[in-house]
Design a protein around this ligand. Structure first.
Ligand code: HEC
Length: 120
């Protein structure tokens, strides 16, 4: 089970601090709600600008697939194109935090992976 109480506590704490800054945005997404890894703030703030970051966190993809999705997001949904540096940061986070849920070949870690577990 995902430790939702922890996420909840973090969310509450962060919301108290951050809420005024986000008061004007639609459906704010809180970085503290998602797996911790480098690039989290950038990804959640940028991708959460148009839709809840939840829509992103529901997916699990390889880096190549994330890359494809973002190209599609630019073409189809008018997402501003990221420059290479930002794209790298965000792709690295997406790849790490939201990998494919059932890795092909079955040799990886099947099923649900605890995003809070130490990586490697
Ligand atoms: C300029 C606005 C905008 C930005 C910024 C944006 N998106 Fe989207 N995205 C959309 C729209 C519009 C949809 C369609 C929403 C819907 O169908 O309800 C969407 C849908 C999605 C979906 C769901 C696709 C599906 O098949 O259900 C994913 C995944 C997604 N976006 C990922 C991202 C990621 C990752 C980022 C950050 C790199 C991002 N988006 C940034 C506009 C944006």
């Amino acid at each position: 089970m995902r430790p939702t109480w922890l996420a909840g506590a973090l969310l509450l704490g962060a919301a108290l601090v951050v809420a005024p800054a986000f008061a004007q945005t639609v459906a704010p997404s809180d970085p503290a709600d998602y797996p911790d890894a480098p690039g989290r703030e950038e990804a959640v703030v940028f991708c959460g600008a148009c839709h809840s970051f939840r829509i992103v966190a529901q997916q699990g993809m390889t880096r190549a697939q994330w890359d494809e999705s973002l190209k599609w997001m630019v073409q189809r949904h008018n997402m501003p194109e990221l420059d290479k540096e930002d794209l790298d940061v965000i792709l690295a986070y997406l790849e790490k935090a939201f990998p494919p849920k059932a890795p092909a070949g079955g040799s990886g870690r099947p099923g649900w992976n605890n995003p809070f577990a130490p990586q490697r």
